[in-house]
Write a protein of this length. Sequence first.
Length: 223
Amino acid sequence: MATPSQTVVLHAPDVHNPPIDLDLDKFMGTWHVVYSTLPLWKSKKDVTITYAPKESSSSNEVQFDDTVEYRAKSDAATSSRSRVTGVDTLIAPPEGSAASTAAGAADNETTSHRPAPTRFKWRGKGWLAIATSRWQVLGCSADPSAANPHAWAVTYFEKTLFTPPGLDIYARTPAGLPAPLVEEIIARARALGGDVATLAGAFFEVERSGVEPANGMCFVDTF
């Protein structure tokens, strides 16, 4: 199971600003997708997602650039990766909701603690500008910064016209995460019940060049 420094706490999706102590600045940077339930990654390898702060046209709008890079499994490890770019925008809680009220109260306090920014709307750039999707951070390590080689995060992607809903497990290095930690994350996801539990039963390891698979670990119906 996870060590005390890697305590795993996940929250169900579609809850506006759950109590996740997420430092968005530390969340920025490159993450390696090491496990997923999304079918599109089954034929890919070396998948990374890089988040970079972006100046917004509105002082009340939180945005950051989102760059996904990957190779086909048949590509050489030294080949150039394909790239998909977009912009993520924080989805604010509905007016009058408990989270919205809390956010307003926090604006009037000197403390920096506010409801965690965890739900985002992605919009593609260029010819993908018409494409959108919504995703959410369900949980992450206490220190998700790139300086922490043991950092992890779990993200949930809502269903779109072209893709099913899915989960990703992120790590800061291509080496991934210790097997006990991965097992704990998946167990916590299954414990949430509902669609997340169903998705968590379909996790597979995403191939990374130069990294041996985790001894054929299988997560379906193991908890």
